[in-house]
Design a protein around this ligand. Structure first.
Ligand SMILES: Cc1cc2nc3c(=O)[nH]c(=O)nc-3n(C[C@H](O)[C@H](O)[C@H](O)COP(=O)(O)O)c2cc1C
Length: 213
């Protein structure tokens, strides 16, 4: 029996499924499902991936020696029937999570892959850089044995779009109430740091705009 072709997507957003990149991947997933294809999404933030140390060991040996989750993710990309590389724009580039993952793939970048499967680049920004980042990711699809069939880009400021904006009106009021009771120097450093719970290092602002997916 033929197995369902599986598309594997790597999401470099720290907002994982709750962010704009995650939402774009969900849209792609729904469309793929309609076509009878599966989509597996790997959120890099969910995994331990150390920085590349630039030792060059992988160029000699063909694989990186650092024992973390990178190799397993690469295996899934190489085994996939199609590949999606997705990252929001962070200061006109991919996120640090995405860049770290890509850097660690150096050995593959120096070795032509024997496969030629479809690949898609996905990027979103708050106003500028999404097409450049998508073009960058398109160029890196070949590292994982894929060629670009195109890219999907979007502009979005807060995760969740209009729903999030409606919700955010309420939350700053809660914050103001918390701060009112504090005065004098050092008040800012004593502010509680609310988190959305998506990641342990969740930035404070996203508590106003996000919910878990
Ligand atoms: C550290 C940081 C840097 C950013 N840099 C840019 C930028 O250079 N250009 C831009 O248009 N948006 C920038 N943004 C906004 C994000 O690209 C935008 O909010 C995006 O929708 C977030 O996607 P996500 O929800 O999938 O994480 C930045 C956001 C952060 C947190």
């Amino acid at each position: 029996m033929d197995k369902t072709p599986v598309v594997v997507a790597v999401n470099g957003s720290p907002h994982m499924g709750a962010g704009n990149t995650g939402m774009m991947l969900a849209m792609i997933g729904a469309e793929l499902q309609r076509l009878g294809l599966g989509l597996e999404i790997i959120h890099l933030t969910d995994h331990r991936i150390e920085y590349c140390v630039g030792c060059g060991h992988c160029l000699e040996r063909g694989r990186c020696w650092i024992p973390d989750d990178h190799a397993a993710i690469v295996e899934r990309l190489l085994a996939a029937d199609a590949v999606v590389l997705a990252s929001p724009v962070y200061f006109f580039h991919v996120t640090a999570q995405t860049k770290t993952f890509l850097d660690r793939s150096l050995a593959l970048g120096h070795k032509p892959r024997p496969t030629w499967k479809p690949g898609l680049a996905v990027s979103v920004s708050a106003g500028s850089g999404e097409t450049a980042v998508a073009a960058y990711l398109e160029g890196l699809l070949r590292v994982y044995g894929a060629f670009p069939v195109g890219s999907l880009t979007a502009l979005a400021t807060v995760p969740g779009g209009s729903w999030a904006r409606r919700r955010s009106r309420r939350v700053p009021r809660t914050w103001r109430a918390t701060w009112r009771g504090r005065s004098g120097s050092g008040a800012a450093t004593r502010r509680p740091r609310p988190t959305c719970g998506t990641t342990p290092s969740c930035p404070r602002w996203c508590a106003t705009t996000m919910t878990r997916s």
